[in-house]
Design a protein around this ligand. Sequence first.
Ligand code: BMA
Length: 309
Amino acid sequence: MPIVKRYEKNPILTADDVPYPVATVHNAGVCKYQDKYMMIFRSHLHNGRSILGLAESPDGFHFSVSKEPFMVPAADGIFGIYEEYGVEDPRITFIGGEYLITYSAYSRFGVRIGLAKTADFKKVERLSLITEADYRNVVIFPEKFNNLYARLDRPHSEICPWSIWISFSPDLRFWGESKLIMKPVQYHWDQMKIGPGAPPFKTEKGWLSIYHGVFPTMDGCVYRLGAVLHDLADPSRIIGVGDDWILQPEEIYEITGYVHNVVFSCGAVPEPDGTVKIYWGGADKVMCVGTAEISTLVNICLQNSRSAL
Ligand code: BMA
């Protein structure tokens, strides 16, 4: 029995489903909004730069795409400067009655993280650029801790393997109290680099977070997904990291596409029946979904853990 059971009709969304010209549909954030599932996905344009599109679904499996893109690089101002090369890999967190969207902003100055918000998935407002250059994969927790927002991120380093950090903020604008909380493990499936995937969600035993880990091979890198559990009251404390991956590229749409051998998640939706829908980009080209038992993921973190650091 696989840990993540792939939906039998994967991929659920491809470039052919998009009513404007794009080369890919991948790395999407997904959340529930009223009685629907909303997906903000990344698409490569035919010039190689990325924009974000919007799709909605009644059941989390069948999505239809909006006529117009959801976010394209800002035309001017501070966001215009730092989004010149495109916007990528959105994650969505519902907190305080609003949906926060974090995304990678690419420009000639590097990659940094933008934060936007929406209340209705029609109007989107950019709030702030919340990192300097050389950061990706920012996910915001859906609750505050001691009145502070919390986020996980992944800075680039030349000294340390690329690892997961936590930071806190009183206002989503100024971030601090940063700390490295999880590192890749040498000669392990995630040995090259790791990064937060879907925004963490709450379970009885802790905050469950899906992350990606990368292993370099003679045939290029392999992107897989793993699970990690954070303490409920103090998310900087990791309770357990599953030693084994929970999903790896196996199907044809994960093995080959735009970049081969990639499963990359930016969204997971926990359901009242104790399962979670995990969404991932297959080979940076299409969107896929699968389901897992939340209790299984928690047990993987608790019963077969490797050290976080
Ligand atoms: C990472 C990011 C992701 C992408 C992955 C695999 O570095 O660029 O957007 O899905 O590589 O190509």
